[in-house]
Design a protein around this ligand. Sequence first.
Ligand SMILES: [Zn+2]
Length: 417
Amino acid sequence: MLYLRDASFVDWRTLKVRRGHLEVAPGPAGKVRFIPRIPRGARAVDCSGRLVTKSFVVAHHHLYSALACGMPGPKRAPKDFPDMLKLVWWNLDKNLDRDMIRACALAGGIAAAKAGTTFIIDHHSSPNAVKGSLDVIADALDEVGLGHLLCVELSDRDGKAKREAGLEETDRYLRKRQGLVGLHASFTVGDDLLYRAIAMAVGHNSGIHIHVAEAVDDQKDCVKKHGMRVVQRLARTGVLESPKTLLVHGLHLSAQERALFRSSRSWFVQNEESNQNNAVGSFDPKGLGDRLLLGTDGMHGDMLASTRAAYLAAQGRGGMAPLAAYRRLRRAHDYLSENKFTGDGENNLVVLDYRPATNITAGNLAGHFLYGVTSKHVDSVISQGRMIVRRGRMTTVDEDKVRQFTLKQAERLWRRL
Ligand SMILES: [Zn+2]
């Protein structure tokens, strides 16, 4: 048992604040409850003056880009988004080997944990080192102490052998652990691969995780090759029927596609900062309903930043209330629990050392999340009842040793680019 003394506990659903001592049970289904006093002799973490609430979920990440920060730029400036993929990201992912993948998962996992994240939904790519790659990532995230839902982004972009290796890795991994069947995007996925990915998802009682209309090129390609738009193509093949399916981005959608999505059971993941970074457009939730999640698209693991970006971007489109942005951040817990994925239980908590100049109430807490609280306030993080970050330092892994390793792997990777 873990004990938190004198915490101001914020219920993530109601935003009501209640002060008291908490008992946090360990394990994937461990409960959290108020207790009148800390048992004699038990070690308790002092939380006086601090907020304790549910920790965060990254609903779309690319841990494989965790060593990209500061890397050398491409030989020439990309002319558009597909060109950027070819020059930058498809060059990076092809150069990854096993040690680098491990370094990425450790570095990205630690950064996310220290920003209050305890669960990562990842979309992985390493076409020349795909075999066993999901195990390497899962093991690294287990060491850090994070829950996860992994997949390989399957694609036809590198030919048949690479596609088959990706399918094999996905099948092998889903036989033993929870995960999704990843697809890169419609424009690099032929019909044969699409049908096989769907069959695999159905066979493993899983869903599809795919980029959708991130740039307008994805739509143009789909109309040219398949005579229909991307969401129509996915709807026709049954991808949208699974409540586990994650569609990512959704920037260039017709009214018909919006309606198709809305009447389906799948989810969209918004990644506002990445969209700005790539200058591909801005997410418009019009007509999409409320099965919307937030991700970082590999830029970082900080969901408070991601939520703020979504909130600010919405202001130019007629506005968004702080509570609506907060609710979108929290929808990931519904996605995970409704689909019975494990690792995002009640005993995933973040302790925030946040002492604002203004009062905190249930009515204004969403405003504090948007304008006050940042990842610098993350004091401690509890994942499945275990303290993984304590007073800003990892307890599960030796951060200095990991850093020596990641620096070395980044140096090796950058030399290859
Ligand atoms: Zn992505």
